[in-house]
Ligand binder design. Structure first.
Ligand code: IPD
Ligand code: CA
Ligand code: CA
Length: 280
């Protein structure tokens, strides 16, 4: 594949940060059994990886801004371009010694994502996409899966956890999708979920309340692999809003339909509960 110079810069930054994470991951595995646990060490590993990406990218394009998980927004002099970076997606996996995490870097131009790189350093899988140029893993072209029917479709998703997200909405969604599909996986790194949709491993993926750095690179990968990416109700996707549903055309449509059914069931149950409370 012919890569632009910018994509090469993104790849270099992601791989360098990935190597830093792999070194730290070895130590995390040792700390697992210690009483204090690896939490502080992991925050530092995260920050170290972000520093690597920040240095690499700002060296090449000193005028461009950033939106990064740890640093937040860093204004650049160039109003057109911004890097959107998650230096460690899958922190909880990393913290628990589970080897499923990634570095995710996207390039935003005039508010649109035009390139994305996701690197899983343990599996040595490098996913890349540029607008109009297709999606690739380790230089091999990838496409979304061809499966058309829900009963054959495997979905990735992200479950909310303590103190985060709308647990009730998610329980309705998961109940709906698990009854209609071939299965659900929660692999703990949204960037890799999206990369898996792009590579045809997952047929679809949905999650709500994600951050721009969780979805920016993955969304262009899925699109360049021929997939559809929208919000949960099928509305235009906005990487600055956190909700995402994707898959090939048929599975995406079916997924959005099932999510609507879940929302309707929840509303009906809430109305039912309100009616019976009023009747008492
Ligand atoms: C998280 C992962 C996870 C998703 C969470 C994200 P982090 O990112 O992508 O899969 O379910 O909502 O916050 O915290 O590991 O960078
Ligand atoms: Ca993340
Ligand atoms: Ca992160």
């Amino acid at each position: 594949m012919a890569r632009s110079a910018l994509l090469n810069v993104m790849i270099q930054a992601a791989m360098k940060a990935g190597r830093s994470l792999v070194r730290d991951f070895g130590e995390v595995q040792n700390l697992q059994v210690s009483l204090k646990g690896p939490a502080d060490f992991v925050s530092n590993a995260d920050r170290r990886a972000e520093e690597v990406v920040f240095k690499e990218l700002s060296r090449v394009r000193p005028d461009w801004g950033f939106l990064m998980e740890e640093r937040g927004a860093v204004e650049g002099r160039d109003p057109q371009h911004r890097w959107i970076v998650d230096p460690l997606d899958g922190t909880t996996n990393f913290l628990h010694g589970i080897p499923n995490f990634a570095v995710s870097i996207a390039l935003e131009r005039d508010g649109q994502i035009v390139a994305g790189v996701i690197f899983n350093p343990i599996q040595d899988e490098l996913y890349v996409a540029e607008r109009g140029g297709g999606a690739f893993v380790n230089d091999r072209r990838i496409r979304v899966a061809a499966r058309q029917r829900l009963p054959e479709a495997l979905f990735g998703t992200g479950a909310p956890f303590l103190g985060h997200g709308d647990h009730t909405a998610y329980l309705y969604e998961i109940r709906q999708i698990m009854a209609e599909s071939a299965g659900i996986r929660r692999i703990g790194a949204a960037s890799l979920d999206l990369a898996y949709v792009a590579a045809g491993r997952f047929d679809g993926f949905w999650e709500r309340s994600l951050k721009p750095w969780d979805v920016a690179a993955g969304s262009i990968l899925v699109r360049e692999a021929g997939g559809f990416v929208t919000g949960l109700a099928g509305e235009k996707f906005d990487h600055l809003k956190g909700d995402i549903a994707c898959g090939n055309e048929a599975i995406h449509k079916a997924l959005v339909g099932q999510l609507k059914t879940a929302t309707d069931k929840r509303a009906r149950a809430a109305r039912g509960a309100a009616d019976s409370a009023a009747a008492q």
